[in-house]
Design a protein around this ligand. Structure first.
Ligand code: C2E
Ligand code: MG
Ligand code: MG
Ligand code: MG
Length: 284
């Protein structure tokens, strides 16, 4: 919508753009302050074993408690986080907080045993030199079995030519933490790039799940991914399960884990804890 830059090189803004730019600048200023003001929160979405209904883990999802605009989902601020580079600090915070919370739950409820925690890691954090040491330090500090921490990265983080990320992934793998490909099936990676990759799990993107009952092509893709994961010995989770029909279909093709509104939205820590205890009681 920018009125083209004239010969002079000036860009002429209209009033709407001016307002938009100001709002954005304000949000960016607020975002920088969010760290000092401790406004970030993690919500936890249950990850379910489809056959048993057992709650086996959580995915930590960041929220921003904005002073005037309320609780914001990542879609509202990830753009700013990426552009300012502050996503590295935000992710570092999220990783620390998720590890602290997992350690607390594991200590408080030792009978739950296997509980794991998935944390999203942006590719910029993945290439940062501190990540391996930081993960090592956190699993020590909170006495986490390394495999109970699972880092989710999207395919862009290990595309060809990203040697640094590849190197970090191998070092993290050596620590024993789980590595998960997030939004699998929506990126541009060749299947070949997975042959040598150090991942132990895939997360199927919700675009395939949403219409799995009506869209034959998506159903075929889901079957193919399930077979692929199975053959390579990768754990498989489906995201965005909203109906019992979707759940049953996924279970029938052999997808082992799932998450989605059918089971639960992402919850604040206290509410997640209630679910955790309820699930442990039902399953015994
Ligand atoms: P994601 O990692 O693929 O997370 C799944 C998203 O799908 C979450 O949105 C979750 O709330 C949503 N979802 C879960 N079940 C359902 C369902 O049944 N139906 C529908 N329609 N949606 C469902 P959320 O929390 O808004 O997060 C969006 C994205 O933001 C995440 O996608 C992830 O890529 C990113 N993100 C979240 N937290 C972090 C973080 O700490 N660091 C980084 N770098 N990215 C994050
Ligand atoms: Mg994720
Ligand atoms: Mg995902
Ligand atoms: Mg997704």
């Amino acid at each position: 919508r920018a009125k083209a830059a004239g010969k002079s090189g000036f860009v002429i803004f209209d009033e709407g753009m001016h307002q938009e730019a100001l709002a954005r600048l304000q949000l960016e200023t607020d975002f920088r302050l969010a760290f000092e003001r401790a406004e970030f929160r993690l919500h936890y979405q249950p990850i379910i074993e489809l056959a048993s209904g057992r709650l086996v883990g959580a995915e930590a999802l960041v929220r921003w408690r904005h002073p005037t605009r309320g609780l914001l989902p990542p879609a509202e601020f990830l753009g700013i986080a990426e552009e300012t580079g502050l996503i590295v600090d935000m992710d570092a915070w999220a990783l620390r907080e998720a590890c602290r919370q997992l350690g607390e739950w594991r200590r408080r409820y030792p009978e739950l045993g296997q509980l794991s925690m998935n944390v999203n890691v942006d590719e910029r954090q993945m290439v940062s030199p501190e990540i391996v040491e930081e993960v090592f330090r956190l699993i020590q500090e909170h006495q986490l079995p390394p495999a109970s921490l699972r880092l989710e990265v999207t395919e862009t983080a290990f595309r060809a030519g990203r040697g640094q990320a590849e190197e970090r992934l191998l070092s993290l793998k050596a620590l024993g933490v789980g590595l998960v490909v997030d939004d699998f099936g929506t990126g541009y990676s060749s299947l070949e790039s997975f042959a040598a990759s150090p991942f132990d799990a895939l997360k199927m993107d919700q675009v395939f799940i949403r219409d799995i009952e009506t869209n034959r092509r998506h159903r075929a893709i889901v079957r193919t991914i399930t077979g692929f994961a199975d053959e390579l010995g990768l754990a498989l989770t489906a995201e965005g399960i909203e109906t019992e029909g979707q759940r049953a279909l996924l279970e029938s093709v052999g997808c082992q884990f799932g998450q989605g509104y059918l089971f639960s939205r992402a919850l604040p820590a206290e509410q997640f804890e209630q679910k955790l205890l309820a699930s442990a009681r039902i399953v015994g």
